[in-house]
Design a binder for this molecule. Structure first.
Ligand code: FAD
Length: 453
């Protein structure tokens, strides 16, 4: 079937089974098809060429960044699929410290961009825990968040301009490089969080900020999980917005200490990892006020004073998800619900109760400062009954989340794994409008079909 490949002139492709298998999964538990072909274009013109070629043959097109997605978005759903991987497009095209923008190809790795910007005294706030691996194109397509979202917002708040390739191969530039812009419908917004269902994002211009002067990291230990949950809105009430406010429950802390110990207390029910950034005297004053509040809620405070101990803590925080995968007797279903802050404490207690009643361990961690909790349901490995029970809990947790005014995904998206639950969240009319928008950009429904809807 691929004997006319030479027409693609210079575009790297593979149809070797070993290669194709690597592109049939991502970081979720989603199972899909092995694609027929994988292509690695090196620039936007090549993306356009290969996309057009695939469309002319009726192949389903699956855009892919680094495959760290947690919802199966980059997993082919249909047998006749081509994966278009952006991983060879890793050029930082322009850092503009005068306009506070950076323009990158979509395959640039988030963490590498952060380091490049530091040299210029600049700062790109969105920092998913996968930042050492995930791509900017993937971040835009999932509207990725991260610990710093509480103060700085999510990817959407930084995307200024994108170049996209549609299924028919046409190239569109959407958005612009000015802070303010009111020129018709802002179509770029539709592509942010669209999980590759509208087109392939090939170039991205992001807003960046000057690097903050200083950072203070506080470890807040609580013997009572509910008190930790209640303490969070009270910290916010001070009028202080921390740059991160992460929650780790006891099982999470124990997991870190059993896999890569860093001396965390294991006899507490919850730990908050809080960071402040800004002018040094100002954040020291803020830290003092926070310590007062935390003590009122029965918490104990530790300060990570130097860069090394701070990095150690973040390394531990980022290791939770990979550690969960290493459990020999358990498999995980992870979901990332988001609840209004005033229902956070409630939600944490409900999750604990659900776990106790079902005898299935549930490990919670995440960006509690913005109400986004990563819930990991650990069913017994190779145990069908336990697995079924695990998925029943997913449904129950989503129902609870929606009833509390929350969202079934705060940052990972719908992809394949949450598709069965989307109607819990969205009305039929809402879904119909979304689908109609998809068909405007992708009338033949070849662009990442089988995702979201
Ligand atoms: C350990 C771990 C920690 C994580 N922590 C976080 C976190 O803190 N916050 C968070 O938000 N997420 C987190 N994630 C999830 C994941 O890293 C993000 O969703 C990330 O944005 C995916 O980027 P990627 O390059 O790996 O995209 P992929 O997984 O390759 O793709 C994700 C989706 O985007 C689409 N896509 C990718 N690139 C493009 C493109 N150029 N054009 C069009 N569509 C495209 C794909 O089709 C797919 O639907 C974590 C994942 C892991 C494994």
């Amino acid at each position: 079937m691929f004997k006319d490949m030479k027409l693609l002139n210079g575009i790297e492709i593979s149809d070797i089974k070993e290669d194709l298998i690597c592109y049939s999964y991502d970081s979720s538990y989603a199972k899909g098809h092995i694609p027929e072909l994988v292509a690695w274009p090196k620039n936007i013109e090549e993306v356009s060429k290969i996309t057009k070629w695939a469309t002319n043959r009726g192949l389903k097109i699956v855009p892919r960044g680094a495959g760290t997605g947690m919802a199966g978005g980059a997993v082919p759903v249909f047998p006749r699929s081509i994966v278009i991987s952006l991983e060879r497009m890793r050029q930082v095209k322009e850092i503009n410290p005068k306009n506070f923008t950076v323009t990158v190809e979509a395959g640039v790795i988030n963490g590498e961009l952060q380091k490049d910007l530091q040299i210029h005294g600049l700062f790109y706030p969105p920092d998913p825990a996968s930042l050492d691996y995930c791509s900017i194109g993937g971040n835009v397509s999932t509207n990725a968040g991260g610990p710093r979202a509480i103060k700085y917002g999510v990817t959407r708040n930084y995307v200024m301009e994108i170049e996209v390739v549609l299924a028919n191969g046409s190239i569109l530039t959407l958005g612009g490089k000015t802070v303010k812009r009111v020129v018709g419908y802002e179509l770029k917004e539709l592509f942010i969080g669209a999980e590759g269902t509208l087109g392939i994002i090939s170039t991205v211009t992001l807003k960046v900020l000057p690097e903050p002067e200083e950072v203070i990291t506080l470890l807040l230990n609580f013997h009572n999980l509910r008190k930790a949950g209640e303490c969070i809105p009270n910290i916010m009430k001070l009028g202080i917005i921390p740059r991160t406010l992460e929650l780790l429950d006891q099982s999470c802390i124990k997991l870190i200490e059993s896999h890569a110990p860093i001396g965390l207390k294991t006899d507490i029910e919850a730990m908050l990892l809080l960071e402040l950034d800004g002018e040094i005297n100002s954040i020291k004053r803020q830290a003092d006020l926070i310590v007062e509040i935390v003590r009122k809620f029965g918490g104990e405070v530790q300060v990570a004073t130097d860069y090394y101990s701070r990095e150690n803590l973040w390394k531990a925080r980022r290791s939770i998800s990979p550690c969960l995968l290493k459990m020999s007797d358990r498999e995980k279903i992870n979901i990332d619900i988001s609840v209004p802050l005033d229902n956070l404490a409630n939600t944490l207690e409900i999750l604990r109760k659900i776990s106790e009643e079902s005898s299935i361990p549930i490990i919670c961690f995440g960006h509690a400062g913005d109400g986004n909790i990563h819930v990991n349901i650990l069913f017994k490995r190779n145990h069908e009954e336990s697995r079924t029970k695990g998925f029943e809990l997913v449904k129950k947790i989503f129902e609870t989340t929606v009833s509390l005014g929350g969202a079934i995904s705060g940052e990972h998206g719908i992809g394949i794994t949450k598709k069965p639950y989307i109607k819990m969240q969205l009305s039929q009319k809402n879904i119909e409008f979304m689908y109609a928008i998809k068909k405007v950009f992708d009338p033949k429904e070849l662009m990442n079909p089988g995702k979201i809807f």
